[in-house]
Design a protein around this ligand. Sequence first.
Ligand SMILES: [Zn+2]
Length: 220
Amino acid sequence: MPADKNFDSRADIIQSCLKMNAMGINQGVSGNVSVRHGDDSMVITPTGIPYETLEPDDLVEMRFDGAFAGPLQPSSEWRIHRAIYSMRSDVDAVVHAHPLFATALAIQKLTIPAIHYMVAVGGGATIPCADYATFGTEQLAENVVSALEGHTVCLMEHHGLVATGPSLEVAMHRAAETENLARQYVITRLLGEPKILSDSEMHRVLAKMVDYGLRRKLNE
Ligand SMILES: [Zn+2]
């Protein structure tokens, strides 16, 4: 991949981080963002640096064998990002954050059921929750990849969420929509037992979203 393309990705990553702050998805410096870079590496946000001060050179280019160059350390959750890129050829961007409502559901190990047709942005009829493991561990990366099977988004028990996509724009959209759905689900639970869309309706919605995505691609 040419260097200028890499520079574009870095600018996009910083924009996405600032967007996460503006949308209230991120809590402090707990979010991290990456994009796939070539066959065996990714560009990922560094650990512990406030997004407002991020410069393109602060982002860390890291190979999937764990090697990286530069003065700054990669995000402590780099193993999640690496595991997703290794297992999912459909993913070129990953967003991880601890937004309030998604994290509240994850603390209770709740899956978001089909309360709204937009649950389909997660690629299935529900948005699942990955099993807990200590932050930064290989076990957590494995749990997240396993929860993401058949999905593009998942919650993470006692932790937050992960959203993936073929681009940063899509991954960010999915992260924001998941937090929105989480908020709807928390509020709906206060009103009583949430009503759930049927499996057949969710199949219809999922098929329609794939069709819509394809049409958008063809028109680009
Ligand atoms: Zn985290």
